[in-house]
Design a protein around this ligand. Structure first.
Ligand code: SF4
Length: 442
């Protein structure tokens, strides 16, 4: 979370006299997916063209992120800069607009909260007097977007299957920004996956806020993530990668039922802390022992698995002893990289009120530095541990700077240099060696 993505002009796109649109995302993969879906909808329904230059755009779309104070400030500054430097209609949507719209007070910007994202194209077209010949895709019973974007990458497609979260962790703004957990109906997901498979994608990344909660709102306990993954794999032609899985509802049985051929040996499980006391204060309903048990099971079920995790440092009241416990949990060999977030009080969350027990900023910075150094070391150790093993590599469009050869990604999330002559989209069985593993890429 917290990154910035400019949505580039797709290859082969041409400019025209029709209105032009440019998009920009702050924050998570889900936001990026939604921006892309909106840009494609503007083109499909209104005949707009995408431009790579915001200065030439008639509409600029900014999808904001409120996950930290920093991402909120970046969202505001981005909107302000675009207002100053372009003559376009500036449209802001996303989590800051939903939760803290006052950030844009006094700005001449069209605000569309997350709850109205499904109607954003109509709202903007109404504002601009643009006619849309195609009716909007009915959003009833569906989560946004109803149509999966195809242009995010030429090899790996994302597919959003879930939104929102039923947990109420004390520090988290996501339920305020995205609401309770909702699932995309299975037949919609299957149809979208068939379209993506038909378009030639060899990997589909299932995304959502809490993938583990998939299906509960629609099917109770009768149909969840494992059942969906099994049906999707039945389509054939692609492998499945799972994005972030919250550990609260993640049972060993679910992991066991996800261990099919075709599911990437790569999970992202945000643990946030290794101190049971802090976990309880955060409202996370598990202990460090539960998590290390899950990691053990994952290593047995998916030999060679790489697990990424999110950790918050400096949660109010976090002592040196609590931090040491986090270091111990994260030292588990299943963990291969970390995303480290210094605690950031978010408006409207319980933890924002814990001002008296805030950890000193220098201590937070030091702890974050220690964990990031551990993450770097773990990446390297994991890659070394995989030398000599076989892995299925999906060749991407990026090139290695030294050799000029294409880079691919193993199913357990190790970047490798593809052999000479490999083409984008190839799925190759490779033996990992010193010469083909990329060592310095994060
Ligand atoms: S489970 Fe994750 S998204 Fe849900 S409230 Fe907790 S931290 Fe936020």
């Amino acid at each position: 979370m917290g990154g910035r993505i400019e949505h580039r002009l797709p290859p082969g796109a041409s400019e025209s006299n029709a209105g032009r649109i440019w998009g920009y995302t702050l924050g998570c993969r889900l936001n990026s997916y939604e921006t892309e879906a909106l840009l494609e909808e503007f083109c499909r329904r209104c005949g707009m063209e995408r431009t790579s230059d915001p200065g030439k755009a008639d509409i600029v779309l900014v999808n904001t992120c409120a996950v930290t104070g920093r991402s909120t400030a970046r969202s505001r500054k981005t909107v302000r800069a675009l207002l100053k430097n372009t003559g376009a209609l500036v449209v802001a949507t996303g989590c800051v607009v939903q939760v803290i719209p006052s950030e844009f007070e006094g700005y001449d910007v069209l605000l569309v909260p997350n709850t109205a994202k499904a109607s954003l194209v109509d709202i903007v077209c109404g504002e601009m007097g643009i006619e849309s010949p195609e009716a909007p895709h009915s959003a009833e019973g569906l989560i946004f977007p109803a149509i999966a974007p195809e242009r995010m990458s030429r090899t790996r497609a994302s597919l959003k299957i879930q939104d929102g979260c039923d947990n109420r962790c004390s520090y988290c703004i996501v339920p305020l920004a995205r609401g309770d957990s909702r699932s995309q109906p299975r037949e919609v997901v299957i149809a979208q996956a068939e379209t993506l498979a038909g378009a030639g994608f060899r990997e589909i990344l299932l995304t959502g806020v809490d993938l583990v909660g998939y299906g509960k709102d629609l099917y109770g306990e009768t149909y969840g993530l494992p059942e969906l993954v099994r049906e999707l794999l039945g389509i054939g032609g692609f492998r499945i990668r799972l994005s972030s899985m919250e550990p609260m509802g993640l049972r060993r049985e679910m992991l066991a039922s996800l261990a099919y051929p075709g599911v990437c040996r790569h999970l992202h499980i945000p643990v946030q802390s290794g101190s049971d006391r802090i976990l309880e204060e955060m409202g996370r309903k598990y202990t460090a022992k539960d998590i290390s048990g899950l990691f053990d099971v994952a290593m047995d079920l998916f030999p060679g698995i790489g697990i990424g995790s999110d950790v918050i440092v400096g949660y109010p009241g976090e002592t040196e002893e609590d931090f040491t416990m986090t270091m111990e949990l994260i030292s588990h060999p299943a963990v291969t990289y970390l995303h480290v977030f210094p605690f950031s009080p978010r408006p409207g969350t319980p933890a924002a009120g814990f001002r008296d027990s805030m950890v000193h900023p220098e201590t937070v910075t030091r702890r974050a530095r220690v964990l990031r150094a551990l993450s770097m070391k773990k990446r390297r150790v994991f890659r070394e541990s995989q030398l000599g093993t076989e892995a299925l590599v999906l060749v991407e469009s990026r090139k290695d700077e030294d050799t000029g050869r294409l880079i691919g990604m193993t199913d357990n999330y190790i970047p490798v240099i593809a052999p000479e002559g490999a083409e984008e989209g190839d799925l190759l069985e490779m033996t990992l060696g010193m010469e083909n593993v990329c060592w310095d890429r994060r």
